[in-house]
Design a protein around this ligand. Structure first.
Ligand SMILES: Nc1ncnc2c1ncn2[C@@H]1O[C@H](COP(=O)(O)OP(=O)(O)OP(=O)(O)O)[C@@H](O)[C@H]1O
Length: 256
């Protein structure tokens, strides 16, 4: 079974109060269980709207979204979102933040070892008793990810999770996210503005265009992990994604 989006359209009232913004039109997509999909496209092409529909935070205007055959009708513990700006509870320690979900489910004691293991895997054991304000941006982002993963979601939605980090931390975090993804075995869908990151991490890269928001192309990466960013296949794929994005940017200019 899989995540299946079927001919989704999403319209909003336009910001000027007149007319309609078609954030998504005719979006059909199947993501197999355990797959890692990267999503790239110019600003306004509907990436976040697509994630929000999968998360169940927004309903499509027409079309349907299903996970393992069941319609997505609202938020649920089988889908977790990790945001660019960590949304940690400032009054809880790292361990308490990660254990928050299990605690709410009445599983705090039963899942304690899992919580500690994930904290360890994210390299945060030393900071288990620290508070969010004592962490660097990269560490806080790792806690955000681990906090989502400990819920063992079927689908992990990553909305530009590394956008706020410096280039060096970002590259390390890409490897850490991949390690966590493999460990948890969930489906991952990640929005990014960074083409290299999309290719380095995703098994496929979905390129979108705006006006109306739609899928232009789905490119299979077909390289083993860990990927070599300097390999000729990597360069070739980057050119391919960039040329599709050029097409998408031309659509942006036309829509303005
Ligand atoms: N709640 C809303 N009300 C009205 N219009 C909206 C709403 N949410 C999104 N839109 C519009 O839908 C379109 C797609 O927005 P969305 O945020 O999904 O794009 P995006 O690709 O994630 O952009 P970015 O890369 O800048 O985050 C945009 O034109 C946006 O203005």
């Amino acid at each position: 079974m899989a995540l299946v989006l079927d001919d989704i359209t999403k319209c909003f009232a336009a910001a000027d109060g007149e007319g309609v913004t078609t954030a998504l039109e005719g979006v059909s997509l199947t993501v197999e269980r355990g797959e890692f999909l990267s999503l790239v496209g110019p600003s306004g092409c509907g990436k976040s709207t697509l994630l929000r529909i999968i998360a169940g935070l927004t309903r499509p205007t027409t079309g349907s979204a299903r996970l393992d055959g069941a319609p997505i009708e609202g938020a649920g513990p089988d889908r977790c979102v990790a945001f660019q700006r960590p949304t940690l509870f400032p009054w809880l320690t790292v361990e308490e933040n990660v254990a928050f979900g299990p605690r709410m489910r009445g599983e705090r004691d039963a899942r304690r070892q899992e919580v500690l293991d994930l904290i360890d895997l994210a390299g945060l054991t030393e900071f288990r008793d620290s508070y969010p304000h004592q962490l660097s941006g990269g560490m806080a982002q790792r806690v955000e990810l681990v906090r989502a993963m400990v819920m063992e979601p079927k689908v992990l939605l990553l909305d530009e999770p590394l956008g706020a980090l410096d280039a060096f931390t970002r590259m390390n975090m890409q490897d850490e996210i991949l390690a966590l993804w493999r460990r948890v075995g969930c489906t991952a869908i990640m929005v990014t503005h960074d083409v290299d990151e999309a290719i380095y991490m995703g098994q496929s890269v979905l390129v979108m265009a705006p006006h109306p928001g739609r899928i232009v192309e789905r490119l299979e990466v077909g390289m083993d992990y860990p990927r070599d960013r300097t390999a000729p296949e990597f360069f070739a794929l980057r050119s391919e994604v960039l040329s599709r994005l050029d097409y998408a940017s031309a659509a942006t200019a036309k829509g303005r």
